[in-house]
Structure formats: C-alpha cells, structure tokens
Design a protein around this ligand. Sequence first.
Ligand code: 13P
Length: 267
Amino acid sequence: MEQVTRRRVICGNWKMYKTIDQALHFIDELSPIVANANCNVYLAVPFTAIKLMADKAKELHISIGAQNMNDATEGAFTGEVAALMVKDAGASFVLLGHSERRRVFKEDNAFINRKVKRALQSDLEPILCIGETFEEREEGRTQEVLKEQLTACLNGVDRELAKKLIVAYEPVWAIGSGKAATSEIAEEIQSFCRETLASLFDAEVADRTPLLYGGSVTSENSKDFLNQPNIDGLLIGSASLHPESFAKIIQLCQNSASSNDSLAKGE
Ligand code: 13P
C-alpha cells in the first residue's frame, strides 16, 4: 500500500482560562518560536478569544479551535454555540468528547457522535477525545471502554470525511493529576485505537489519522510520548497555558526522532 502521510499535531487546550488580552499576549510570546515549526500547532481557546486569535494566528500558521460546540445547526438553545458560529469566528477544529464535558456536563457518546458528524459537515476538524476512568482501568476494561467510545462516537461517519479526524487518548485519571500514563501504556492504547479505526473504516483512514496522547503532559515527559510510533502528537492542558513550556514541547516535537518523522507534516 502507498505510504500514507500522517501529520504531527501539538494541541493546547486552554479550558476556561485566559481573557482576550492574555490570549493575545501569549501568542506574541509564542510567535518567534513557532515561526519555523515543522509540526502542526493547534490551540483550543475559549469561545470569546477565537476571532481575534484566529486573525492573529493566521500568519503564524497556528490553527485556532473551539473546545466544544452544539450538534444543532441553530435554534433555541440558550448558551450554546453552533459549528457554523465557531467556524465563522475563525476556528478550524473543535475538541469533542473531552472527559470534562462527559463528566461535568453529562455528555454521552450519542450526543458526541452527532457533534462529530455536524463538525465534519461544517468543515471543522474534530479532535475526538476518549479515555477510561481509573475504576475502568482497575477493572481491566480499558480497551472495551475505548472501543465502545470510538464505535459509538464515530457511528455513521462518512469514510471520506473521517480522513479529517484526529483522535486524542486522554485517560481520565491522568488529566490534571500530575500522573501521566507511561509512554508504553499510551503507545499500546494508540496501537489498539488504530486497529479499531481500521475495523470501523479501513487501513487507509486508520493509517492517516493523527493519534494524540493527553493527560499531565509536560515539557519533561513529552519526548517519551513523541518517540512512540503510534503517537503523532499531544493534547496539553496546563503546560499549554505558559508560552515557555508550550514552546518547549513544540521544539521537542520538531526534534524528536520518532519513526513516523518521515510522515511529518502532511496536509
Ligand atoms: P493536563 O495536561 O492539564 O493534564 O490536561 C489534559 C487535558 O485535559 C487536555 O485536554
């Protein structure tokens, strides 16, 4: 089979942090470092900062995205934001199914599935987040849970559109805990996810889908993850809030000697 190009993606998730001023200041500090980045730099920012950040990030080749969206095109849904609206503001991608959305806002796989399809139809790249809880891992159910999340969240997704998908494995127990998964665990899981994607779609879709790891990623541990063959990038929470640590991870991504470096930076 023809070798498939797989992008490397370093994505920050700012969660509910940063005013517009703080966001613009961040990007001013980051810009000299990312000017020559040979990996894809993504930032999922608060809705309020998307427009100005996207305008500013364009020349820096940083992609700005949303952290959520509703599945409906429009309607009487007070407080919600539609795919078209985040796209209109300049977002090129959207995080979907983050464990904080699942746990705090009770989002289930069926709802996330509708959002994934809406995002793809709206020309937004979905970063689908999946991950098991500590209890599920202790019970030996990790693969079962992840397969269920992938299968349900991607149900009915068109194969051609699926080529725009990114999948992030974020074990719930590793998020914000300071206890990252080992790179071996993350690699084993991402290899399993790639197999699952192949069974849901086909080998080509599975081979080209960037698979990210997230959960207590730091500038110290990021290299271990990036050196794994099935880990194509990182989804970073707190370490993405500071330009120095985020920049360091981007630089490590550029320099990492992963076996998939030959696949770096495809379109
Ligand atoms: P931390 O990097 O702060 O653990 O957060 C991970 C995360 O939730 C990214 O989406």
